[in-house]
Ligand binder design. Sequence first.
Ligand SMILES: NC(=O)c1ccc[n+]([C@@H]2O[C@H](COP(=O)([O-])OP(=O)(O)OC[C@H]3O[C@@H](n4cnc5c(N)ncnc54)[C@H](O)[C@@H]3O)[C@@H](O)[C@H]2O)c1
Ligand SMILES: O=c1ccn([C@@H]2O[C@H](COP(=O)(O)OP(=O)(O)O[C@H]3O[C@H](CO)[C@@H](O)[C@H](O)[C@H]3O)[C@@H](O)[C@H]2O)c(=O)[nH]1
Length: 298
Amino acid sequence: MKMEGKLVLVTGGAGFIGTHTVVQLLKEGFRVSIIDNFDNSVEEALDRVKEVVGPALAAKIEFHFVDLRNKDDLEKVFAKSKFDGVIHFAGRKAVGESVEYPRRYFDNNLIGTINLYEVMAKYNCKKMVFSSSSTVYGQPEKIPCVEDTELKAMNPYGRTKLFLEEIARDISQAESDWQIILLRYFNPVAAHESGKIGEDPKGIPNNLMPYIQQVAVGRLPELNVYGHDYPTRDGTAIRDYIHVMDLADGHIAALKKLFTPDFKGCVPYNLGTGRGTSVLEMVAAFEKASGKVIGAST
Ligand SMILES: NC(=O)c1ccc[n+]([C@@H]2O[C@H](COP(=O)([O-])OP(=O)(O)OC[C@H]3O[C@@H](n4cnc5c(N)ncnc54)[C@H](O)[C@@H]3O)[C@@H](O)[C@H]2O)c1
Ligand SMILES: O=c1ccn([C@@H]2O[C@H](COP(=O)(O)OP(=O)(O)O[C@H]3O[C@H](CO)[C@@H](O)[C@H](O)[C@H]3O)[C@@H](O)[C@H]2O)c(=O)[nH]1
């Protein structure tokens, strides 16, 4: 299907998954408009995206420094351009922080997304790919989880994702012209092969992979391995890690599906590999690939 020239709005496009997805969107022929408030990213990430894609494709990116909670600013972006669809990454994502400061998560993730739906409706843009998370399955009794596994969020961050999924389902149920895909990511890791973009969160990383990376380059002294008595092969917790470029391609596939004439309603898809890796296996794989020893508390 020809995507040449279609204009996609990418919220949170300066972030980890956003930057990698923008690269793939441009390569597929889309034009990209990015909204970000640099809450967890830096402007340089967008310069790096431009370097990766080269000047011809870089000319197809526009950027708006906007916080989604500011509906007036958001409206100005929609008033300027007619978007063919939206990929919505923007939000906060740290589970621990969400337990300590739940209102931050309700404010950013819920209000920001509700504003986005309102403005999209007003400007008749009704195609959305939404960043959900495998966290909506809580601690599933049976793995691998499939899309109709029971949904059960276990912390404020997870609850925002679950609420936002319910909101998407309610909107598409009530208004049949919406087309929404909910992508439930497992654990995104790694970086673009150029090494020019990657995962570089502000402050001390919450996630395993960027933490290991910062130990490798000497920014952090050692990795604390959380938990050694899980019922797993080496006692450390197992996750399903998916390469961020595969995840980015998953967004292109989802977006293309929204442009097929027979797609209707709101549909969830898992984005993972179906394979589990323990924390210690992840450390060993990183050591092998990088040639560096990762100091880890045992
Ligand atoms: N990385 C993961 O492990 C993971 C797993 C499952 C789901 N997700 C979801 O995927 C999405 C993207 O995750 P990521 O890893 O790229 O995170 P990220 O923090 O790197 O990117 C999010 C981007 O959104 C921006 N942002 C946040 N709030 C905003 C607001 N109110 N207005 C405008 N911009 C705002 C941030 O500055 C950042 O650039 C998030 O919704 C996250 O919850 C991530
Ligand atoms: O310093 C660290 C950091 C993590 N871990 C462990 O490493 C594994 C992976 O942790 P992390 O990268 O934080 O992933 P999750 O806890 O699975 O949470 C991520 O994956 C979820 C499902 O996709 C998303 O919803 C969340 O936003 C995202 O933070 C877990 O067992 C952690 O206990 C450590 O041992 N030490």
